[in-house]
Design a protein around this ligand. Structure first.
Ligand code: DAH
Length: 344
């Protein structure tokens, strides 16, 4: 009985000293486990004088229950302590000063290409793309451009493979080859715009660069007329440059359209009276366009007696330069953030 009493008295200190749930588990094993004094006493009950058994048995149970209660109190305490420690460890100090992250922004040329595409998408056009390394067939032949055409010379076009016209590969000089690719893959009606990068063997000057961007457009259906071309381009000009703009179409030549035209828009800066933006002419040349040549339809497997269409192609750098008064094309590619940061 003395020994039991001693254990009962010593247990709270032992339990209280456990600093973690793991340590508490060890204390529990020591106090109540198979090899504990209490377990031994219980096993020894049978050997006692029958008269003493109820008293000793009751004492064992009393000490056992008290220790158990003490253990579960301490367990609850330790659980709270450990949970708090976890919360403190995970705490984020929102007052710590930080360096603001520098996020990238879209390049002005991408913004303009998106804006042009969006205007046509709002009219129901789809956006398509094609490869930058192109065959001579798609870049020239399918577009009714004969082998003798000066644009096909090595001095004008950057060839990857030059010599035999059947195998020639080049960096596309225009987005127009995607017209042919798209028509081969889709039945009319077609309403598509193609923003993309193009390449020419040009030296860098204020308005030319060997790499630049275009947005191509193509519409094909059973009854498309020049009036549709004019109305569409006028809508584009007014949406992009402002409601008051008017356009004019001046006869021109492109191999893949007949008739072909250059589209000019009245100057948005001076309203047509003449200023620096429009070189005093009152007009800004914006793009090439025309009615799709029947030979192009034949090249892609469309029947020119059944369908008609119009096409157009504009330079993205040019659009951005006139709109923002950028005086040299190099600014788009030098990536000086002091320049590009103005158009975010
Ligand atoms: N591809 C022509 C160029 O790079 C621009 C162009 C003119 C595209 C007339 C067209 C078009 O689709 O019909 O100069």
């Amino acid at each position: 009985m003395d020994e039991l009493q001693q254990i009962a008295q010593g247990a709270p200190a032992l339990i209280g000293a456990a600093q973690s749930l793991e340590e508490l588990k060890a204390v529990e094993t020591e106090l109540l486990g198979k090899n504990s004094v209490i377990a031994q006493k219980r096993r020894g009950l049978g050997a006692l004088d029958p008269a003493d058994r109820p008293t000793v048995g009751a004492k064992i149970n009393e000490v056992f229950t008290a220790i158990q209660a003490n253990l579960s109190d301490r367990q609850r305490q330790l659980e709270i302590i450990e949970e708090n420690a976890l919360l403190v460890g995970d705490r984020v100090d929102v007052t710590v000063p930080h360096v603001r992250s520098q996020f990238g922004t879209q390049h002005i040329l991408t913004t303009v290409m998106d804006e042009v595409s969006d205007i046509f998408v709002s009219l129901g056009y789809r956006v398509a793309a094609g490869p930058e390394i192109e065959t001579a067939w798609y870049n020239f032949d399918a577009l009714n451009t004969p082998s003798s055409h000066p644009a096909r010379a090595e001095s004008d076009t950057l060839y990857v493979d030059f010599g035999d016209p059947a195998d020639e590969m080049l960096l596309r000089t225009q987005t127009s080859p995607v017209q042919a690719r798209y028509m081969q893959q889709h039945e009319p009606p077609v309403h598509v715009v193609v923003p993309g990068r193009v390449f020419r063997s040009d030296s860098l000057d204020a308005t030319h660069s060997p790499v630049f961007h275009q947005v191509e457009g193509l519409v094909v259906d059973t009854d498309i007329t020049f009036a549709d071309l004019k109305g569409t381009l006028e809508y584009f000009a007014r949406t992009f440059f402002g409601a008051g703009r008017v356009i004019k179409l001046i006869p021109h030549f492109f191999p893949f359209t007949e008739p072909s035209a250059e589209m000019h828009v009245s100057c948005f800066a001076c309203d047509g009276s003449g200023c620096r933006v429009c070189s005093n002419s009152g007009w800004i040349e914006l793009m090439g366009c025309g009615m799709v040549d029947p030979n192009v339809f034949e090249a892609v497997g469309y029947d020119p007696s059944k369908v008609s269409g119009f096409a157009f192609g504009m330079g993205v750098e040019r659009l951005a330069m006139v709109r923002h008064g950028i005086t040299h094309i190099k600014h788009f590619f030098e990536n000086d953030l002091r320049v590009l940061g103005q158009f975010v």
